[in-house]
Design a protein around this ligand. Structure first.
Ligand code: GLN
Ligand code: ZN
Length: 773
C-alpha cells in the first residue's frame, strides 16, 4: 500500500479567516481567545480536508510564521520580547511585529528581521543567535496541536524544522558561528522528540531544506553529527527536503540514520531513480509528486507512467506527497466561480492537489481502472491545455523565433547616448526624480474599487484619475523636481495592472497566498502566450506630459518582475515566457517613445528574487533575465532615456549582470544600508548613471537635508558626481502626502546644495579669489 501524506497546508484560510482574526486582535477589536478559536477552527477544517491522507501534518499551522514558532519551541525568542509583561502571544507578536496588541506605540521593540523562505515569496522571521544563546524546550504549542489532532481522530505527523536548517536560517548577531550552537541545540531536539513519542506520534517530519543548497564541509558535517545524535529518538524521522535537487548532498541525505527521506520529485526528477536505487532497504522514500508551488493540474497518467515501476520496486516503502508544503498555493479552486472556465479546468489549488494525490495512490494500489473516471477527466483537462489556441498563439512563437541580438542592443554606446540625452533634456547636475507612485489615498482606492464594481463609468473614472494625475504633477512642479512622474493612481499593483491588459493572463478572486504574517498576495496566473492587444500606459502618460514642460517619465514594470510575481505556466521554460513578456513590454516602450515620452522607467523590483538557490545556477538565470530586459528596453532611439529601478542594495554579487542591462539610469534602494552601496562599487566600475535612494520610504521619518547630502557625498566617492541622480528609495504609494512633501522638499534642497558645492569645487581658486575682491 502506498502511504500518502502532506507536508503542510495553507493556514490563512480559504477566505483569509486567519488574516482577519489576527488584524482584529492587533487593532484591539478582538481577544486572544477569539484568535485561538479561529485558529482551532481552521486547523479542524484543514485536517478534514486532508482526511483522505494516511498522515496529516500537525504543528505546521502557525499564527504568524513557522520559523518563529520553532524559535519559540526551542526557547530562542529574543530577550527584548520578554522585557515587559504580557502573555505568551504578546511576546510572540513583539518578535513578529515589534509590538504586542497590548503595547502602546511608544513601547515597541525592534521586530525580528524578515527574509525570504528559500526561493519562495513567503517570508520568515530570522532566528537570532549569539555565542551564548541557550535553548530551552517549550513544547506546549506542538503537544496541544497534536492532542487536538488525536481528539479529532487525525493520524497526525508532527512537523518541525530540523536542527541544522534551523541554525542555517538564523543569524548570529555577534558574528559568532551559529554552527557552534549545535551541541547545545541537539539535547532540546531529543527532548522534543521524546515528548512527541510519548504523546503517541509514530512519525515526525523533520524539515531540512538546507540540504538543497550549497553547503560547505562544516555544514555537511553538522548533518552527520545531528542525526547521529537524534537516531536514538523513540520516533521515526522523515528527513524532508524540498525546493530543489540534492546533488552533491544526495549521498549524505541517503546515509543519515533516519527512517525515511522526502524528495521534491517535481524539482528533482532526475534524482528519483538514483534515490530508489541507493536508499537503504530499511528506509522509506517519500516522493513529492504534486507541485506544491504552482497551480496547474498534474498530468496524472504521465506521473503514473514513471511512478508505477518505482512503486513496484519499493512496495510499501513508497510514500507520496506534494513536493513541499501547500502553504505556497491558494486553498480552493471551487471558490473561483467567475474564473474563465476553460482556464479553470487546467488548475488545481491545495484541495484539488490532495485529490490528485489520492487518485495517484489509488491507481498505484488498485490499478488505474479503479480511478478510470478521474484519470480520464484529468487527461481531458491536460490535453485541452496542451492544445488550446488560448495557450498557443503562432504569431507569438513567430515573434519569439525572430528575435535577433540587435533587439537587445542600443544604437550607440552610453557615452554617445548620454551626450544626446543631455542635449535633449538639459537636466542639471544631480537631477531629482521619484520612483513612480505617489500616495495611494483612501479616495483614490475608492475610485478604483467603484470603477471595478461598475459603480463608476469609464468616463467618470478617467476624469477622476486625470484629476489625481494633475494634482501629482502640480505638487512635483511646486517641489521643483526635475523629472516628473504621473503618480500611478490607476494601478492597484505593479504586476496586476499590466497582467490585466495582456492576453495570456487570468486573475483569481480568492487565490491568496501568505507572504508574511497576515499579509497575503494574489499572484496573477500566466497561462498562455503573451500578447499586448492595446497600449497600456500611453494615454495616462501622454496626458501627464501635456501638463508640464518638464520631462515626464513613463512608468512600466519589466518582464522579469512580471514573471517572478506571477504563477507561471509550466509547459515551457521560464525563459521563453519571460521573452514573450519582454516583447509585449517592448511594444509599450516603443509606443511611449512615439507618443513623445523621452524618459521611460522599467521597474525590475523582483530581478534578484528570481535567483536560483544555488549560486552555480545563477548565471543561466541572469543570462536570460538580462536578455529579456534588454529586449524590452533597448529598441529605442539614442536620445530616449531608459531608467530601471530595483528595490534592494545587495547587488554586489550581480552587479556585472545589472550593468549589462545597459539602462541609462538605474535607481536602487540604498538608504537603509549606505555602506552596502559602497561595497558594491568597490570592485566594479558601474558604467552608467545611478540614483542611490537617499531616504527610506518604508519609514514615516522625514530625512534632513544634511542626511541626504551626506549620503550623496558618500556615493560620490565611488561614482563620478556627474553620473549621480537624487531620488527616494522606492515608490511613495504607502506614504501620506503630509510625509511626502517635506521629505521631497529636503531632497530637492539637498540636490541644490550639492550642485552649489560642485560648482564651487569646479571653479578654480583664482576665480574665487577674484570674485571675493
Ligand atoms: N514604480 C513603482 C512605484 O513607484 C515601483 C515599485 C517597486 O519598486 N516596488 O510604486
Ligand atoms: Zn522599489
Amino acid at each position: 500500500m502506498t502511504t500518502t501524506h502532506s507536508l503542510g497546508y495553507p493556514r490563512i484560510g480559504a477566505r483569509r479567516e486567519l488574516k482577519f482574526a489576527l488584524e482584529a486582535l492587533w487593532n484591539g477589536n478582538s481577544s486572544e481567545d477569539t484568535l485561538y478559536e479561529t485558529a482551532a477552527e481552521l486547523r479542524k477544517q484543514n485536517w478534514q480536508e486532508q482526511a483522505s491522507l494516511t498522515f496529516a501534518p500537525v504543528g505546521e499551522f502557525s499564527l504568524y510564521d513557522q520559523v518563529l514558532d520553532m524559535s519559540a519551541t526551542l526557547g530562542n525568542l529574543p530577550a527584548r520580547a520578554s522585557t515587559r509583561e504580557g502573555s505568551v502571544l504578546d511576546q510572540y507578536f513583539r518578535v513578529a511585529r515589534g509590538r504586542s496588541p497590548n503595547d502602546s506605540a511608544c513601547c515597541s521593540v525592534h521586530a525580528g528581521e524578515m527574509t525570504k523562505w528559500f526561493d519562495t515569496n513567503y517570508h520568515y522571521i530570522v532566528p537570532e543567535f549569539t555565542a551564548d544563546t541557550s535553548f530551552n524546550l517549550n513544547a506546549e504549542r506542538l503537544l496541544e496541536q497534536f492532542a487536538e489532532a488525536c481528539a479529532q481522530s487525525v493520524n497526525g505527523k508532527p512537523v518541525i524544522i530540523g536542527p541544522v536548517t534551523y541554525l542555517w536560517l538564523g543569524k548570529a548577531k555577534d558574528g559568532s558561528n551559529p554552527l557552534d550552537l549545535l551541541p547545545a541545540l541537539l539535547p532540546v531536539y531529543s527532548e522534543l522528540l521524546e515528548k512527541l513519542a510519548a504523546a503517541g506520534a509514530e512519525w515526525v517530519q523533520i524539515d531540512e531544506p538546507a540540504l538543497v543548497t550549497e553547503l560547505d564541509a562544516d555544514w555537511r558535517h553538522a548533518f552527520v553529527l545531528a542525526y547521529h545524535e537524534l537516531k536514538t529518538a523513540p520516533v521515526k524521522l522523515l528527513l524532508t527536503t524540498y525546493f530543489g535537487e540534492l546533488r552533491e548532498n544526495l549521498q549524505l541525505a541517503c546515509e543519515l540514520p533516519v527512517a525515511g527521506l522526502h524528495l521534491d520529485a517535481v524539482s528533482a526528477p532526475v534524482e528519483v531513480p538514483r534515490l530508489a536505487d541507493w536508499l537503504p532497504a530499511h528506509k522509506i522514500l517519500s516522493l513529492g509528486v504534486i507541485n506544491g508551488r504552482n497551480i496547474w493540474k498534474t498530468d496524472l497518467n504521465a506521473a503514473l507512467d514513471w511512478l508505477e515501476p518505482i512503486a513496484q520496486k519499493l512496495g510499501d516503502r513508497l510514500w507520496l506527497a506534494p513536493s513541499c508544503s501547500l502553504l505556497h498555493v491558494p486553498v480552493d479552486l471551487e471558490s473561483e466561480t467567475t474564473l474563465d472556465p476553460e482556464v479553470r479546468n487546467w488548475l488545481a489549488f491545495a484541495r484539488q492537489k490532495l485529490q490528485e494525490l489520492s487518485t495517484l495512490a489509488t491507481a498505484l494500489n488498485e490499478g488505474r481502472e479503479a480511478v478510470a473516471q478521474e484519470l480520464t477527466d484529468n487527461q481531458c483537462a491536460v490535453d485541452s491545455r496542451r492544445t488550446s489556441s488560448r495557450v498557443h498563439n503562432p504569431a507569438v512563437a513567430q515573434a519569439l523565433s525572430s528575435i535577433t541580438p540587435e533587439h537587445g542592443e542600443r544604437k550607440s554606446p552610453f557615452s554617445t547616448r548620454s551626450r544626446l540625452q543631455h542635449e535633449r533634456f538639459r537636466l542639471p547636475d544631480y537631477p531629482t526624480t521619484t520612483i513612480g507612485s505617489f500616495p495611494q489615498t483612501p479616495e483614490i482606492r475608492k475610485v478604483r474599487n467603484e470603477f471595478r464594481q461598475g459603480k463608476l463609468s469609464q468616463q467618470d473614472y478617467a476624469a477622476r484619475i486625470r484629476e489625481e494625475i494633475a494634482y501629482c504633477v502640480e505638487q512635483q512642479e511646486a517641489l521643483d523636481l526635475d523629472v516628473l512622474v504621473h503618480g500611478e493612481a490607476e494601478r492597484n499593483d505593479m504586476v496586476e495592472y499590466f497582467g490585466e491588459q495582456l492576453e495570456g493572463y487570468v486573475f483569481s478572486r480568492f487565490g491568496w497566498v501568505q507572504s508574511y504574517g497576515s499579509r497575503c498576495v494574489k499572484p496573477p496566473i500566466l497561462f498562455g502566450d503573451i500578447t499586448r492587444p492595446n497600449p497600456m500606459t500611453v494615454d495616462w502618460t501622454r496626458f501627464a506630459q501635456s501638463l508640464t514642460e518638464k520631462p515626464m517619465k513613463g512608468m512600466l514594470t519589466g518582464p522579469v518582475t512580471i514573471l517572478n510575481w506571477s504563477f507561471v505556466r509550466d509547459d515551457q521554460p521560464r525563459r521563453d515566457t519571460c521573452l514573450q513578456l519582454a516583447l509585449a513590454v517592448r511594444e509599450e516602450v516603443q509606443d511611449l517613445e512615439k507618443a513623445g515620452v523621452g524618459i521611460i522607467q522599467i521597474d525590475e523590483a523582483a530581478l534578484r528574487e528570481g535567483l536560483p538557490l544555488r549560486q552555480s545556477d545563477w548565471n543561466s538565470y541572469l543570462e536570460w533575465a538580462i536578455e529579456a530586459f534588454r529586449i524590452c528596453a533597448n529598441g529605442v532611439e539614442d536620445d530616449t532615456q531608459i531608467h530601471t529601478h530595483m528595490c534592494y542594495s545587495e547587488f554586489n554579487d550581480i552587479i556585472g549582470a545589472i550593468a549589462r542591462m545597459d539602462a541609462d539610469v538605474i535607481t536602487i534602494e540604498t538608504s537603509r544600508s549606505a555602506m552596502e552601496l559602497l561595497d558594491a562599487f568597490k570592485g566594479f566600475e558601474y558604467p552608467n548613471d545611478i540614483g542611490p535612494g537617499v531616504y527610506d520610504i518604508h519609514s514615516p521619518n522625514i530625512p534632513t537635508i544634511e542626511q541626504v547630502t551626506d549620503l550623496m557625498n558618500k556615493a560620490a566617492e565611488r561614482i563620478p558626481a556627474d553620473r549621480l541622480w537624487v531620488n527616494p528609495d522606492c515608490g511613495l504609494k504607502t506614504r501620506r502626502w503630509e510625509e511626502v512633501i517635506p521629505a521631497l522638499e529636503a531632497m530637492v534642497s539637498a540636490a541644490r546644495e550639492l550642485r552649489a558645492q560642485k560648482q564651487k569645487s569646479a571653479t578654480p581658486d583664482r576665480e574665487l579669489a577674484a570674485e571675493a575682491q
